[in-house]
Design a protein around this ligand. Sequence first.
Ligand SMILES: *Cc1c(COP(=O)(O)O)cnc(C)c1O
Length: 434
Amino acid sequence: MHHFQYSGPTLHCESVELAAVAKLYGTPTYVYSAATMADNYTRLARGLAGLDVQLCFAMKANSNIAVLRHFANLGAGFDLVSGGEIRRVLAAGANVRSSVFAGVGKSEAEIRLALENGIFAFHVESEPELARINHVAGTLGVKAPIAIRINPDVDAHTHAKITTGKSGNKFGIPLKHAAAAYEAAAKYPHIAIKGVQMHIGSQLTSVAPFVEAVEKVAPFAAELKAKYGITYFSIGGGMGIVYKDALASGEQAWWDAQPIEQRPLTPETYGAALVPLLQPLGLKILLEHGRFMVGNAGVLLSRVEHLKRGAGKNFLIVDAAMNDLVRPAMYDSYHEIVPLHRDSSRRALVADIVGPICESGDCFAKDRQIQEVGEGELVAFMSAGAYGYSMANRYNTRPMAAEVLVKGSTFELINARETFEQMIAGEKIPAFLK
Ligand SMILES: *Cc1c(COP(=O)(O)O)cnc(C)c1O
C-alpha cells in the first residue's frame, strides 16, 4: 500500500498534486511520501509482533538525510556500508548506536569512525576482516562488537546482480566454515561476539527462500547463544515490492483481487512464516530491509521532451535518463510510467520510453503502452524510492536530480538540484596544460 493516487484527473502524493511539485522545482525530481514510509515501518514491526525486533533501515536504498531522520524518529537504526553512510547518519542527527556496519571491504578509517561513534555491531564477511577490526579496536583500546555473516547457500530466485546468499557470491562465510570463524573471532582480544547475520538477496517476492535460510541458520544461532552468549540474529533484508501494477497496488482492493498464491510478499506473510521459527531462539532479531521501506514511497517526475514517431516504432523521449534512474539499464527492471494528468479521451500510445543520453541502454521501457502524451507534459516513474537517487550519477554532465518530501498537504525540497558549478567544483586544469 502507498499514498500515490489519482484524485480526479491528477496524480497526487498524499494530498499534494505532483504537477505542483514539478512546476516549483522542475524535473527530473524525486518525490517521496513520508506517510508511505511510516506505514511500511509500522506494518513490518506489526508483522513481526511477538519478537524483540530492531529494524536497521538499509540506507543504501535511499540515503537522503531527511529520509534517515524520518526513520530515526520512527525508531529505526541503520544498516550502513561505508564511512560516508556513517557520516550521513550523524548529519541526520540520528544515532549510530543502533546501527550495524556491513560490507566486504571496510577500510581501517571506516572501522575507526564506526567504533568512535559507538556502532552496535560490525557484520563481518571474512577472517582477514576480523583481524583488521581487532587491530583497529586495539589501537583505540576498545572491544569491537561483531556478528559474522553466514552465507546459507540459498537460491533467492532474484536477479543475478542482487542475489547474495549463494555459495558462488562474494558475501559471507559458508555455514560449514562458520563455527571455525567464530572460534577464531573468540581468540581476538579486541573482538566481542554479539550476534550472527545473514542476507540472501534483494527483491525477493516469495517467503520460501527466507524460510529456507532461517531454517538453515537458526540451529547454528542457538549453538552460538549457548557457546558465546550472542544476543541477536540479523536475518537481513530483501523483501520485494510491486513494480508492475505499482499504482494499483496502493489500494487494498488490488491486493484482495490477487490470487493468494500469486500475491506479492507482504510484511504480514513474511512475519507469519518467520515468527514461529525465530521465537524459540529467544534472541533479538535485526531486520535490514531497504527496498521495502522506501521503494513504493517514491516516484521520479519527468517531463516529455518529444514524441518521435518512427517507422513501426515510436519513441517517447523524456528528460529523465539512465543517470537519474539506472535500474532499468542495470538490472532490466520494470518501472510503471504514468501521466500526471490522466485523460480518458486520449488515445493509447505504444512507444519505447527513453532518456536523452547517448547510449542505447538509456531506455526505461520497450513497447510500453501509455496514454498519449506530448511535449511538455509530465509523467511519473512509480516505485522509484529505492535505489533511485542513491544510485544516480552525473553521466553526460547531467546534474543530480532534486528530491522532495511530502507529508500530508505539505512538501519541502530535501535536496536541491545540483548546479553546474557544483558538478565541476573538484576539477582543475593542471599547470602543465596552461
Ligand atoms: C543491500 C542490503 C540489504 C538491503 O536489501 P534490500 O533488498 O534493499 O532490503 C540488507 N542487508 C545487507 C547486508 C545488504 O547488503
